[in-house]
Write a protein that binds this ligand. Structure first.
Ligand SMILES: [Zn+2]
Length: 535
């Protein structure tokens, strides 16, 4: 009865127009945009349209408006969970990691898990992988699980090792690694597939919703209008849909299902009636990460001869998954970092039979970090999209040359080499591995410079992009990567009104000012979902 009444009221009301005036518009197209932007029923009206009476009019006073920024590879639950965990990002030593963990443990009941994330031994004076002994001595009564910054390795304390059943002589599963010390005892470090042994408690449905909402708030506040969520389970999708049904979800979300969700994959694409949530992709893994030497390389690691990294899914398994996705009308997005990992995925994709050709499925390789010289052009011929994260370059460059050597590193983080081949390169951050803040990604893409350290001319001057191309990665190319180029990615009549408004012109400001630009408005579907204007 009540619902019917609401519907009747909604049916009679004419939705208000939105008018954004006096803005500097970067439409992302060849045509310039002059005059106000008028939004009706969530879509952009042609220039020159007059807003209807009763419209919401916002005077942007020369602020800079661009197509809504997207993050083409992030982890919403991971971000929300990271906010609930011990933050170890930026720790300068193992001692600091232990101190932060001990402080967090002191606030939790004994025997409850302490979970942390974000340490990176490459940032420490002693760059070797940590051993649990010192941590276990400081935090003896809580099981502890500290995930490395890249999410591809973690450190347990003694209590955590016991609960995980990892002992001297425990064999690692394929695609994983357990590190042992000289006496044959586990050091506490588990890599990739071996991490599955850790029995951390699952989040409750309520916790999942809380964490998703916390992540959404971060995204909207940083000007993101859309996120491609890389690897979502059925349970998490369920909570996302509940949030959407209860009108608490406002962030456009493109869902990549976890590869294990066979039933959902078979069902094929799905989207909410308003188009805010789309499920059309699947996330797979072909290898690990470079930092933990889990990325699969064609030749051994330059700083670890004899080690070529780990293979997550072999070619046959990727091909089988890819064929199932292709048959169900789903897009497959496979994580690949090493040149061997990337080649394996390209080979598997090339063997898939798709009506209308593989390119129609817009299969993606997530990260596409180290590419053998001959393989760049294969992305173009196969129509495979390298989905890249500019901040990975600036985070990894202090140690990547050690792992790869001077020759191979020239073919890593090479987004401009893809641009030169007219390959679509969607950009993202891989949050919470990197910051959710797209300004950092834009800065990294145009400067290849770390914010405070590293060479002033940038780590990779040859890969610097123009401002337009960097923005394109976070808008148009990201939209293409989710099959939404007709609705999103540029400011054009008829498209959905997703915008990000900054206080300064991101095309003309100084490089460093990209990092301090303020988000004034985030608009999704013609609705202001974040308002950061000074009050
Ligand atoms: Zn990721």
């Amino acid at each position: 009865m009540f619902a019917a009444l609401l519907l009747a009221v909604a049916g009679t009301a004419v939705p208000q127009d939105l008018e954004l005036k006096n803005a500097t518009v970067h439409p992302g197209t060849a045509a310039a945009w002059t005059g106000p932007i008028v939004v009706r029923d969530g879509r952009i009206e042609p220039p020159g349209t007059t807003a209807r009476a009763g419209a919401t009019v916002i005077d942007l006073a020369s602020a800079f408006i661009l197509p809504g920024l997207q993050d083409a590879h992030g982890h919403l639950l991971g971000l929300g969970s990271a906010l609930a965990q011990v933050d170890l990002v930026g720790t300068k030593s193992y001692d600091e990691v232990i101190a932060r963990t001990a402080a967090a443990a002191a606030k939790l009941p004994k025997y409850q898990w302490v979970i942390g994330r974000g340490w990176d031994q490459n940032d420490w004076a002693d760059k070797s992988m940590p051993h649990h002994a010192e941590l276990s001595a400081e935090v003896p009564d809580h099981p502890v699980w500290l995930v490395r910054v890249d999410g591809h390795a973690g450190l347990l304390n003694l209590r955590g090792l016991r609960l995980s059943g990892v002992l001297a002589g425990t064999e690692a599963p394929s695609g994983g690694k357990i590190l042992f010390d000289e006496s044959g005892e586990p050091t506490g470090v588990l890599v990739d597939a071996a991490m599955a042994a850790v029995p951390t408690p699952d989040a409750s449905p309520e916790q999942i919703r809380e964490r998703l909402l916390a992540a959404q708030a971060q995204c909207l506040q940083h000007g993101l209008t859309c996120v491609h969520d890389a690897g979502v389970s059925k349970d998490v999708l369920e909570e996302l849909r509940l949030l959407h049904l209860s009108k608490q979800w406002h962030l456009r979300t493109y869902v990549m299902l976890a590869a294990g969700e066979r039933e959902l994959i078979k069902k094929g694409p799905w989207h909410s009636r308003d188009g805010l949530i789309t499920v059309r992709a699947v996330k797979g893994y072909s290898d690990g990460a470079l930092g933990s030497r889990g990325a699969a390389l064609l030749e051994p690691y330059s700083d670890d001869p004899g080690n070529r990294g780990l293979v997550g899914m072999p070619k046959g398994a990727i091909q089988e998954l890819a064929q199932r996705c292709a048959d169900a009308g789903m897009q497959l997005c496979v994580h690949a970092i090493g040149d061997k990992g990337n080649r394996t995925v390209l080979d598997a994709f090339a063997a898939v039979k798709v009506e209308g050709g593989l390119a129609a499925r817009r299969f993606r390789i997530e990260h596409a970090q180290v590419i053998a010289p001959d393989d760049f052009a294969r992305f173009q011929t196969l129509g495979v999209l390298p989905s890249m994260q500019p901040t990975h370059l600036t985070s990894d460059m202090p140690w990547a040359p050690d792992r790869l050597g001077p020759e191979r590193v020239q073919h890593a983080y090479a987004w401009r080499s893809f641009h030169a081949l007219d390959v679509i390169v969607p950009f993202g951050s891989d949050f919470p591995v990197e910051s959710v803040d797209p300004r950092k990604g834009l800065f990294a893409a145009v400067t290849t410079r770390a914010e405070r350290t590293g060479p002033p001319a940038g780590y990779r001057p040859d890969q610097k992009l123009s401002r337009q191309d960097a923005i394109r990665g976070f808008t148009q190319h990201a939209a293409w990567a989710m099959f939404a180029e007709k609705d999103l990615g540029t400011i054009e009549p008829g498209k959905i009104a997703d915008f990000t408004v900054f206080d300064r012109n991101l095309l003309t400001c100084a490089d460093d000012d990209l990092l301090t630009a303020k988000v004034l408005l985030t608009v999704v579907g013609g609705v202001v979902v974040y308002d950061g204007r000074p009050k």
